[in-house]
Ligand binder design. Structure first.
Ligand SMILES: [Mn+2]
Length: 330
């Protein structure tokens, strides 16, 4: 049997979901299944390649819904899982009943309230299909922490010393199309420490970690915090984005950060609110970013500018900083 697994690319939860599903399928459905992995990225329009559903069984994990009748397995937890209301209606009309068992098809599950797709999948595979997910407990645990941003301290997300967090960094940054499927296959069978020790993982990890440390140094040197709003500008350094936890670690008292960074093609303003101070958050960051042509969630947002508009981006960032320093009129 040929199984195609379409998963959220460059994402720890996407890769962990693919590994969990692989092990589940081998254990409960077909020991000798031939698995093919396809990473998918968000965008508008049809994000599924033409041959996306060419397996005997086709699974989409931690990624948007498709009405394709050849989709036989779907597990997701994104709020934005349905691009159209027709997609959602199709899902509701064709999903399995609540007492679904292995023989009942298709197997489609969505719950936007869960933190990670990996734990959701592991739980359903256990409860409904008799899967023993206990060998994957470590992987499930870390997917929940990473996708739920449940780090006990910002320092953990800055040092990235845990094997899971090093893998997260590699999965997010890798441009080698063969690397992520290889990691998924390993994650289905080995511990995180065993996977991280593999030479094919260690080799690309070294330079990435060095780069991460140089970003940490740059943010620590440049970030300033006033009235609980931290800001920094890395535009001249060609750093495309910086992990927001570096600023939360440097200024534990800060409520918001506003950062300006520059990639090859665009200038980006990232706006975030400190996960450890959510009770004090008074602004909707998605609404603020939308005002300037960006978007996001209430707690985190972003705005992109063309590469030649650095000064416009800097001025917009200053305006947003001023706005966040003043409590909104209610
Ligand atoms: Mn996810």
């Amino acid at each position: 049997m040929r199984l195609r697994i379409l998963f959220h690319d460059h994402c720890f939860d996407g890769a962990a979901s693919a590994a969990t599903f692989t092990r589940f399928f081998r254990d409960r459905i077909d020991r000798n299944v031939d698995v093919n992995y396809v990473g998918l990225s968000h965008g508008t329009g049809n994000v599924f390649p033409n041959d996306a559903f060419s397996g005997d069984e086709n699974a989409v994990l931690d990624f948007r819904y498709s009405q394709n009748p050849r989709l036989t397995w779907w597990f997701d937890h994104h709020q934005s899982a349905f691009e159209t209301t027709a997609d959602e209606a199709h899902f509701r009309a064709t999903r399995a009943p609540d007492d679904a068992a292995l023989g009942i098809r298709p197997h489609k599950f969505w719950d936007p309230t869960v933190k990670s797709c990996t734990r959701y999948l592991a739980r359903l595979a256990t409860e409904r299909y008799g899967f023993d997910a206990s060998p994957l407990a470590e992987l499930v645990h870390w997917a929940e922490i990473i996708d739920g941003a449940l780090f006990p301290t910002p320092r953990m997300a800055v040092e990235l010393s845990e094997p899971a967090l090093q893998l997260m960094m590699l999965l997010e940054a890798s441009k080698d199309p063969t690397l992520i499927p290889r990691i998924i296959i390993d994650l289905a069978e080995r511990t995180l420490s065993e996977v991280i020790a593999q030479p094919y993982v260690q080799t690309p990890l070294g330079p990435l970690y060095e780069k991460h440390l140089s970003v940490v140094r740059a943010v620590r040197e440049r970030a300033r915090c006033e009235d609980r709003v931290a800001t920094y500008d890395l535009c001249d350094l060609g750093i495309e984005a910086a992990n927001k936890f570096i600023a939360y670690d440097r200024f534990p008292e800060c409520l918001y950060i506003v950062a300006v960074t520059c990639g090859e093609k665009r200038v980006k303003i990232s706006v975030g609110s400190n996960p450890w101070s959510q009770r004090d958050r008074r602004h909707n960051l998605a609404a603020i970013c939308e005002r300037y042509g960006g978007g996001g969630h209430p707690a985190v947002g972003a705005i992109s500018f063309a590469r030649d508009r650095v000064e416009d981006a800097r001025q917009t960032a200053r305006d947003i900083v001023a706005l966040l320093r003043t409590p909104p009129a209610i």
